[in-house]
Design a protein around this ligand. Structure first.
Ligand code: GLU
Length: 423
């Protein structure tokens, strides 16, 4: 049940946030007690300790996880992140969110997530490759096109996926492209995958704008996090006429009330290593930037950005959650009281896994689609899913997040009921 005033430690535990929303949705659905138990626990959790010889000859041991929350609707699906503060509870929550996300957009996958505790910024490419390959080797029996299909996430990318694909393929002694998604284009990747999460964010935001009768050219967007999701969303939204007035990163924030030139900002970051000091923009305090008055706030980095401590200072009309779990469950009710239209993560950022699904289908068929086809099919799924959730929320008098959870839980529970419990 929702805890009234939890400690910050509890509030910031993503698994407790995932559970609190799950409980509320399950209660409203009147979900069977047994199914509830099944859905609330990850099906499988793997912990591995990965010995790696570093460039200086020392041996270091890294800890990695892969959690498969559910395979009720298909193979587990979800990214792998590399970060120093990865915890099992975080990976558990992210795996559960993948289950609900795939169900919201109705693609035939369950949910999984992986993580390795490491600091990629101080590791060489060779060290990252060794960590990736050994991690893959340790979880090899549990992944595969029909079992569990990893993808990129925080601090992992196309190159990481190519190493995973190669390691898996070397072990099974033939090339298996469909074991991971988010691969480079010439190794079985899909057109449109790199932009897909950002594109999905843009599509659902465009749908939400209709409810506010707002035109993109009058829409001020603040983007928090300028990694794959944030930078691609900003680029595509700017191209569609939105004004990206601020971008916030870990080391600073830039502001231009007339809209930032996003391709130039991406170049600037590439050249200087930071978004700060960008021409035609003002450097502003990164701690205040999220509270700028705007139409759309797009958190696109990590969890726990909007919390009980700051939610009352958020001044947007629409919150589009590009990241997974950017809002704590305690902050949900504050946003609701402020009448902020929330496009929850499991809907807003589902564009990535949707195109991952397209990639998996293309790999298995050995037949590749053009970008127009990928983007057209993505658009159709995102628009329909947005409509389903918003209509469900209206009909049942719940907020969009709980509506998304209810739709997802219902779909996954239905699959389990039909399959029955194997004994
Ligand atoms: N890491 C992305 C997410 O959190 C993509 C997952 C995937 O494509 O499997 O949705």
């Amino acid at each position: 049940m929702l805890v009234e005033s939890p400690s910050l430690e509890k509030e910031f535990n993503p698994w407790l946030s995932a559970e609190a929303r799950f409980d509320e949705a399950a209660n409203r659905l009147g979900l069977d007690e047994g199914l509830r138990k099944v859905l609330n626990m990850p099906a499988r959790e793997i912990t591995v300790h990965i010995p790696v010889q570093l460039d200086d000859g020392r041996i270091e041991v890294f800890t990695g996880y892969r959690v498969q929350h559910s395979i009720a609707r298909g193979p587990a699906k979800g990214g792998i992140r590399f970060a120093p503060d990865v915890t099992l509870d975080e990976i558990r929550a992210l795996a559960a969110w993948m289950t609900w996300k795939c169900a919201v957009v109705n693609i035939p996958f369950g949910g999984g997530k992986g993580g390795v505790i490491c600091e990629p910024s101080i590791l060489s490419n060779a060290e990252l490759e060794k960590i990736t390959r050994r991690y893959t080797a340790e979880i090899l029996d549990f992944i595969g096109p029909e079992r569990d299909v990893p993808a990129p996430d925080v601090n992992t990318n196309e190159q990481t996926m190519a190493w995973i694909m190669d390691t898996y393929s070397m072990h099974v002694r033939h090339t298996v492209t469909a074991v991971v998604t988010g691969k480079p284009l010439n190794l079985g990747g899909s057109r449109g995958r790199v932009e897909a999460t950002g594109r999905g964010c843009m599509i659902v935001t465009q749908q939400a704008l209709k409810q506010f009768r707002l035109d993109p050219s009058d829409t001020r967007v603040v983007v928090q996090g300028f990694g794959n999701v944030g930078s691609m969303a900003a680029k595509l939204m700017a191209r569609a006429g939105f004004k990206i007035v601020a971008v916030i990163e870990w080391d600073g924030a830039v502001y231009n009330p007339h809209g930032l030139d996003i391709p130039a900002l991406i170049n600037h970051r590439q050249e200087t290593g930071s978004i700060t000091g960008f021409r035609e923009a003002e450097d502003i305090d990164r701690r205040d930037a999220m509270f700028l008055e705007c139409d759309v706030l797009l958190p696109a980095a990590r969890e726990n950005v909007i919390t009980s401590e700051n939610a009352d200072r958020i001044r947007c009309k629409i919150l589009c959650e590009g990241a997974n779990g950017p809002t704590t469950y305690v902050a949900d009710s504050i946003l609701q009281d402020k009448k902020i239209f929330v496009i929850p993560d499991i809907l807003a950022n589902a564009g990535g896994v949707t195109v991952s699904y397209f990639e998996w289908v293309q790999d298995r068929q050995g037949f590749f689609w053009n970008e127009q086809l990928v983007n057209g099919r993505l658009e159709e799924i995102m628009v329909n899913s947005f409509r389903d959730i918003v209509e469900y929320a209206d009909k049942h008098g719940v907020n969009n997040r709980i509506a998304a959870y209810m739709v997802a839980l219902d779909r996954v529970a239905f699959a389990i009921k039909l399959r029955g419990i194997y004994a």
